[in-house]
Design a protein around this ligand. Sequence first.
Ligand code: FES
Length: 116
Amino acid sequence: MPAFERHVFVCHNNRPAGAPRTSCTADGKSDLHTQLQTLSKEAGLAGRVRINKSGCLDQCEHGPMVVVYPEAVWYGNVQPQDAADIVSEHLVGGRPVERLRVAEDCLNTRSCPHRG
Ligand code: FES
């Protein structure tokens, strides 16, 4: 079996109320992962692109977070309705969705003024 062309990690971390950092899901549930998987399969990417739920990606203040490898493209404030653009433009077309990208200088910067 050939290696995956891309690997997509969708943060599903859920912290208890009152935690010092935010979480990408409110209750550990999110339609985003399901949407990405469904649309990816419909686009014929099964076996070529792997889409996994992940724990915290340490970019919580920009969440909900998605990261796509091998390009290491980080998407922030991603909503289920954004899944179609990620699949069609990035996973099929090879062009990252610029409107969802977290700027390089915002990654690992908790006080970033652009956080969602
Ligand atoms: S909780 Fe999602 S990046 Fe930390």
